[in-house]
Design a protein around this ligand. Structure first.
Ligand code: HEC
Length: 119
């Protein structure tokens, strides 16, 4: 039984560090989202590896019917959801198992920078 205590403590520490995913939907998107900077997430790199094939470098390529992100007015919550679970028609990949929640939020914010009319 004694041997379990350090394990339990470790689990607690990991659990304690895991929180903090809450984000406010009203945060203004910038070139590099604040959260990405804080967590050292390279949104541009993730974009080039994971998203560019369908959305293109500037978000408007539309391969496989990908939404034009320069025209999209979808809110942050919608974006976080579609990035996590993929599109309903199954064309867009679900990234919930590939990216961390922090990365997904950062990518959702990043996609909002393509539409110059969004603030
Ligand atoms: C295999 C192609 C594909 C890849 C890869 C892909 N997407 Fe998509 N994406 C789509 C399609 C198709 C839609 C439109 C789905 C729909 O409307 O049902 C979409 C929609 C979206 C939307 C919603 C925009 C709107 O107005 O509906 C966001 C945000 C988005 N993608 C972000 C991303 C991000 C971030 C990545 C990389 C982590 C990514 N996508 C990778 C195909 C892709």
């Amino acid at each position: 039984m004694k041997r379990l205590i350090p394990l339990f403590t470790l689990a607690l520490i990991i659990f304690a560090c895991g929180g903090g995913e809450e984000t406010t939907a009203s945060e203004a998107p910038g070139e590099t989202p604040a959260q990405a900077v804080a967590q050292d997430i390279d949104t541009k790199k993730i974009w080039k590896i994971r998203c560019i094939a369908c959305h293109g470098l500037y978000g408007d390529m539309g391969t496989n019917g990908a939404a034009n992100l320069q025209e999209s007015t979808k809110d942050l919550a919608y974006r976080v959801n579609i990035i996590t679970h993929g599109s309903e028609n199954g064309v867009m990949t679900a990234f919930g198992e590939i990216l961390s929640p922090e990365e997904i939020t950062a990518m959702a914010e990043y996609t909002m920078t393509f539409n110059k009319n969004l603030k």
